[in-house]
Design a protein around this ligand. Structure first.
Ligand code: NAG
Ligand code: NAG
Ligand code: NAG
Ligand code: NAG
Ligand code: NAG
Ligand code: NAG
Ligand code: NAG
Ligand code: NAG
Ligand code: NAG
Ligand code: NAG
Ligand code: NAG
Ligand code: NAG
Length: 529
């Protein structure tokens, strides 16, 4: 009954949350030792420092949380076997604490000269442009890195650090390949302080493949030009800036001005000096409808709320669509005129390519957002989704948005309804798949207090993709009245017998209190408390 012993430590930990130094020995991850609230540690050698900072931050959260802790022991003891430190803001914690830069070099034992010999690659994230007084204003966003040559046996060792309760040798071959692929993507060396330039080219077919009214024979429009970013990449190798593009003619004439069309135009964006940085950019007019879609547990099966499955689904198994969601999205793409799809996930930037490949195989084309590397301190990590959402809303002050995700992300539950208040009249619909209602493995509570005061016709908690079919989204019908909602406007989905906390007021929702307690328990397990 080791768990109970650890639980007994909890009150002491809460009362005296002073940072305790942690041995540095662990390379990347002692399984389960990741703190779910935290993003990448700056380097492996900084590990002990990073943990100190985490402890400090956690302590400050705890003072807010202690008043909510009553009853927690009972709850924890019922689920502690099921939940390690996972669930944070919808990202499995094994996707939280990646090494970067020189830490990767050191852990692989590769030299600067080995690295210099490997080609520079660029992650070019499909971006969006808005229409301004000066013309189209295009976002350039991505990361410059090098991929060290890592032997398969070394990759296997590294992959095994991420795999909990199994090993790469025990997986079927296809899963071994996927686990090695992800591991290799995590062990890249970001290239700070480099200049990046692009070549823009018109795309011959305007509009989305399969979309009604697209003339496949239309000549490419204009827009061909070279763009050099202002300044160099950040120390993490990132770039993210808007640049006004010139209005130049092509064989099919000029690009259309944003205020003269409802159509979404596209440009191909090639990164100079590498063939790894190709992407499509979307020129989205000021008025219209955009869907901002999360990916994990809404477009693909992740089950982050079930650690063992979540781990394999994220790290080893091929990404698999959730039920018939692709059909729902395909129908929306066909039936909603000029619908702009924007995929916004808080998964870390390093594994963006796997998410993009999956999305473009099963879902309509669209722009993308993932978690940039510089979002590394606690407040940043907790606020990354909000930051990304606000950026899109601010870029299109006249567009309306459909927001979709599942209930297992505490940040979604807070941020999605908040957008309706912060940007009045810009939120058209909020759709939340209730994973607690359909998946007995999801015992994690979710907070619906943010929905109090919102018109029911504007949001829906749903169970299966078909619940979304036939809704007249364009005209604001976002609620399928045949689907019972069960919304209490408070913390819900708790195990029977544990009282539900009432809505509002608290800086710290109950679920975060649970998280903090998990962190403390794990800290006790692995941190030598
Ligand atoms: C479209 O936008 C441009 C640039 O802001 C402006 O010069 C032009 O008058 C606008 N056209 C219409 C029809 O509003
Ligand atoms: C990677 O290293 C192995 C030896 O460890 C070598 O055989 C292989 O050619 C290298 N690959 C590249 C792309 O450099
Ligand atoms: C990047 O470009 C600027 C301006 O052209 C130049 O001063 C700087 O040296 C370049 N940096 C690198 C690393 O090439
Ligand atoms: C872009 O730069 C390339 C050289 O990198 C050059 O060949 C090409 O003509 C330039 N294109 C435009 C549109 O300026
Ligand atoms: C570009 O300029 C042409 C010619 O003046 C104009 O017809 C067209 O609307 C402009 N397009 C954009 C995107 O500014
Ligand atoms: C593209 O890169 C090459 C070297 O790889 C350089 O000569 C050229 O000037 C670059 N083009 C632009 C538009 O930056
Ligand atoms: C990127 O585009 C270039 C030019 O079309 C092409 O040669 C290259 O194969 C593309 N890279 C990838 C990874 O598709
Ligand atoms: C991993 O697989 C993805 C396709 O899902 C591919 O785009 C990427 O280049 C691969 N990465 C490595 C390091 O092999
Ligand atoms: C275009 O997007 C930028 C970046 O988000 C924003 O600052 C600007 O206000 C937007 N312009 C218009 C006209 O909406
Ligand atoms: C609502 O509650 C009923 C009865 O408990 C349950 O069967 C259903 O799955 C719930 N629906 C949602 C959307 O939570
Ligand atoms: C509502 O949900 C039911 C059950 O999934 C589905 O059959 C129906 O098509 C949905 N749409 C409408 C508008 O009722
Ligand atoms: C998608 O649209 C087709 C054709 O309009 C329709 O038959 C089908 O039922 C729709 N599917 C869903 C899930 O809405």
């Amino acid at each position: 009954m080791q768990h109970f012993a650890l639980l007994a430590l909890l009150p002491a930990a809460l009362a005296a949350p002073a940072p305790v130094p942690v041995p540095v020995a662990a390379p990347i991850a002692v399984p389960g030792s990741h703190y779910p609230l935290i993003t990448p540690a700056p380097s492996l050698t900084d590990r002990d420092l990073a943990r100190l900072q985490e402890r400090g931050a956690i302590s400050s959260l705890i003072s807010d949380a202690t008043s909510d802790i009553a009853g927690l022991g009972t709850y924890l003891s019922s689920v502690i076997g099921t939940y390690p430190s996972y669930i944070a803001s919808g990202v499995p914690n094994f996707f939280q604490d990646f090494p970067t830069g020189s830490a990767v070099e050191k852990s692989l034992g590769i030299s600067d000269s080995d690295l210099a010999a490997t080609p520079t690659q660029v992650l070019n994230i499909p971006a969006y442009a808005n229409w301004t007084d000066q013309g189209w204003n295009l976002r350039f966003r991505g990361n410059v890195f090098k991929q060290p040559n890592i032997s398969e046996s070394k990759l296997d060792d590294l992959a095994n650090i991420f795999l909990i309760g199994t090993s790469i040798q025990a997986l079927p071959p296809a899963q071994q390949t996927q686990a090695r692929n992800l591991t290799a993507e995590i062990y890249v060396v970001q290239q700070g302080n480099v200049n990046v330039s692009f070549n823009l080219q018109p795309v011959s077919i305007s509009g989305f493949t399969g979309e009604a009214g697209v003339d496949a024979n239309a000549a490419p429009r204009g827009g061909a030009q070279n763009i050099t970013l202002i300044g160099e990449t950040t120390v993490e190798g990132d770039f993210d800036q808007f640049i006004q593009i010139a209005n130049v003619s092509g064989p099919g004439g000029y690009l259309l001005p944003g205020n003269g069309t409802t159509e979404i135009q596209r440009l191909s964006v090639y990164t100079n000096g590498t063939d790894t940085g190709n992407a499509t950019a979307y020129l989205v007019p000021p008025a219209g409808l955009t869907i901002i879609s999360d990916i994990d547990d809404i477009l693909r099966i992740t089950q982050i709320y079930e650690p063992a499955n979540g781990l394999l689904n994220s790290f080893a198994k091929a990404f698999t669509p959730w039920m018939n969601m692709p059909e729902i999205y395909a129908n929306w793409s066909r039936s909603i005129p000029d619908f702009h799809f924007h995929y916004l996930t808080t998964t870390p930037e390093q594994i963006t390519r796997n998410y993009m490949d999956f999305i473009y195989n099963y879902y309509p084309e669209g722009s993308f957002d993932t978690r940039p590397l510089n979002f590394s301190d606690v407040s940043d990590t907790l606020s990354i989704r909000k930051y990304l959402l606000e950026k899109v809303f601010e870029t299109y002050p006249e567009r309306k948005f459909v927001l979709i995700a599942d209930t297992s992300n505490s940040d979604v539950m807070k941020d999605y309804p908040a957008m309706a208040t912060e940007f009045p009249n810009q939120v058209q619909c909020i759709f939340l798949r209730n994973t607690s209602a359909t998946d007995p493995g999801d015992k994690f509570p979710y907070d619906t207090s943010g929905f109090k005061g919102l018109n029911q016709n504007m949001y829906m908690f749903f169970l299966v993709p078909d619940d979304l079919s036939g809704l007249d989204i364009v005209n604001g019908q976002c609620y399928n009245s045949t689907i019972p909602q069960n919304v209490t406007f408070s913390e819900q989905g708790l195990p029977v017998g544990l009282s539900k906390k009432s809505a509002g007021g608290k800086a710290m929702p109950w679920s975060n209190a649970v998280l903090v307690a998990f962190v403390m328990v794990l800290g006790a397990m692995f941190g030598g408390l």
